[in-house]
Design a protein around this ligand. Structure first.
Ligand code: HEM
Length: 518
């Protein structure tokens, strides 16, 4: 009996020591940082929606400087906001940092059958990126423009209805309806508009809402149970409810239906036509289109590299495009609208540009590239509100050194993008001000490389960046031709920011006053 008791006690002490050893990792290395709670480290702070983690990182940077360490359970992360180090990790030493900071609950990037572009790494990432890239090429976007514009016109119809009689509206809600409609139609085979009646909307919203703390904490504290929890969530969706699982199942149904439809057409001898959406594009992606480099740096033992996408992988890609495309672009539009309403002179200058360049009812693809000031407004908005900051992370895949810091394999690097984007040594004394003009000279070298990263940097930079720009330019030009955005008594000034994965304004209530000069 005493021996059993002793064995249990020794095991408990062993496990506790292991956790405490990890918790003290940065202290032992002489790197400052918030220690948080024993064992948990800063895991709770990084999961708070009310006190968003990116703002917390900014506070810690003020306290500990441009390089500091945090732990979250067994995960250890170096937080950086020095442009040279950012450049080093994201570009120069990409071969040593080709993974992302992931919670095990998000799946194993080397084994998960449904691995997506965002969480994959090494050869798997390279293959997915190569297959997905043509989807976002100029040619492809030119074709998608018509659908995006149809969605913009449809949203205008709803705006007109809801603002009738001078009612203010929460533009965040409207932009979410817009971006979900766009991505549903270009990625998922949705044939007509689902605005204000889309049953998927509450689920995709919930993916970015209050984080499931228990789930993420379990992943940080006991990485090995991540795959088990995922299996339970997917096998018992009605008992263990999770919005992401619901969205994945929805995506899976859409892909399976398309596969069946195409097989039925093949049997009937019908030739495949133009790809309808991303599902078709991925189903059509053939091995010959994909050139794989035999790059040892990306090789992971035990990873089988097949060249054609499996149905599971197509589900993974469509899911990530749906999720990433929905939230980020709606937020960026919301912040731009808020900044325009609070800076009437900027708005007026933008309206003049739109009136000049886009006089006809339809805005053409080529006209979009003439909206130079609009580009400055969007860039400046994303400087002030880098809403996707937490995606700017990497995982060290091979021990190395960045600057004066030795980095162990398995250590995560996370950019404090909010600090970087308001650093006076990069942007000047007016860093806190909204000044689209700072981008007007076209000479963007006034900021250091690695100093502006709303879409990340290097080979893993956001693949949807140009689609996002196109959506925003099209919608804003349609809205601002017709309306002037004005603050109302419901507008939060300053905006209250929430969210744990992306930075969201709680609401963006504005008046849309019809322009009498048009
Ligand atoms: C304003 C809108 C957007 C912002 C601010 C944004 C931001 C970001 C950021 C910061 C990253 C990380 C980049 C890195 O690690 O270097 C990223 C990656 C990614 N984004 Fe976006 N994004 C936006 C729109 C979109 C859209 C519209 C899509 C797709 C439809 C998309 C899909 C992705 C994907 C798949 C990745 C992972 C890329 C990879 O690892 O290869 N994003 N995004």
């Amino acid at each position: 009996m005493a021996i059993i008791f002793l064995a249990i006690l020794t095991s408990i002490i062993g496990v506790l020591s292991f956790y405490l050893w990890t918790w003290s990792y940065w202290k032992r290395r002489g790197i400052a940082g918030p220690s948080g709670y024993p064992i948990l480290g800063s895991a709770l702070e990084m999961l708070s929606s009310e006190n968003p983690p990116y703002l917390q990182l900014k506070e810690w940077t003020k306290q500990y400087g441009k390089v500091y360490g945090i732990t979250e359970g067994l995960s250890r992360t170096l937080v950086i906001s020095d442009p040279d180090l950012v450049q080093e990790v994201f570009v120069k030493q990409y071969d040593n940092f080709f993974g992302r900071k992931l919670n095990p609950i998000q799946g194993d990037p080397n084994k998960d059958k449904r691995v997506n572009l965002f969480s994959s790494q090494g050869h798997r990432w390279k293959r997915l990126r190569t297959i997905s890239s043509p989807t976002f090429s100029n040619n492809s976007l030119r074709k998608l423009k018509t659908t995006v514009e149809e969605c913009a016109v449809e949203l205008l119809r709803h705006i007109e209805q809801h603002t009738d009689g001078g009612q203010p509206i929460d533009l965040l809600d409207f932009y979410q309806e817009f971006t979900l409609d766009v991505i549903g139609r270009i990625a998922m085979g949705q044939t007509d508009s689902q605005m204000f009646k889309n049953p998927l909307l509450p689920y995709v919203r919930a993916v970015f809402g209050e984080p499931r703390k228990g789930l993420f904490l379990s992943g940080s504290l006991a990485p090995w149970i991540g795959p088990i929890l995922r299996m339970v969530m997917f096998s018992l969706p009605n008992i263990v409810k999770n919005p992401a699982v619901h969205v994945i199942r929805h995506t899976s149904n859409a892909v399976e239906q398309r596969v069946k439809l195409r097989m039925a057409d093949e049997k009937a001898g019908i030739d495949p036509g133009e790809p309808q959406d991303f599902i078709d594009l991925f189903l059509d992606a053939k091995s010959d289109d994909v050139e794989l480099e035999n790059n040892e740096d990306f090789t992971k033992a035990g990873v089988k590299v097949t060249r054609q996408l499996t149905t599971e992988e197509i589900v993974g890609q469509c899911f990530v495009f749906l999720i990433a495309g929905f939230d980020t672009t709606a937020l960026s539009l919301s912040y731009s609208s808020f900044l325009l309403a609070t800076h009437p002179k900027v708005q007026k200058k933008l309206q003049e540009e739109i009136d000049r360049e886009c006089a006809d009812p339809e805005v053409t693809f080529d006209q979009l590239s003439k909206l130079k000031y609009m580009e400055c407004v969007i860039k400046e908005t994303l400087r002030m509100y880098p809403l996707g900051a937490l995606a700017n992370s990497r995982c060290c895949m091979r021990a190395t050194k960045i600057g004066n810091y030795e980095i162990d394999e398995g250590t995560n690097i996370l950019c404090d993008t909010w600090t970087l984007h308001s650093d006076k040594s990069i942007w000047g004394e007016d860093a806190e001000e909204f000044k689209p003009e700072r981008w007007e000279s076209g000479d963007e070298h006034f900021y250091q490389k690695g100093g502006y990263i709303p879409f990340g940097l290097g080979p893993r930079q956001c693949i949807g960046m140009r689609l996002a720009y196109m959506e925003e330019k099209l919608l804003l030009s349609h809205i601002l031709r017709k309306y002037t955005l004005e603050v109302c008594n419901k507008t939060q000034i300053p905006l209250k920011l929430i969210g744990s994965r992306t930075t969201q304004p709680e609401s963006v209530w504005l008046n849309l006053t019809p322009r009498d000069d048009n």
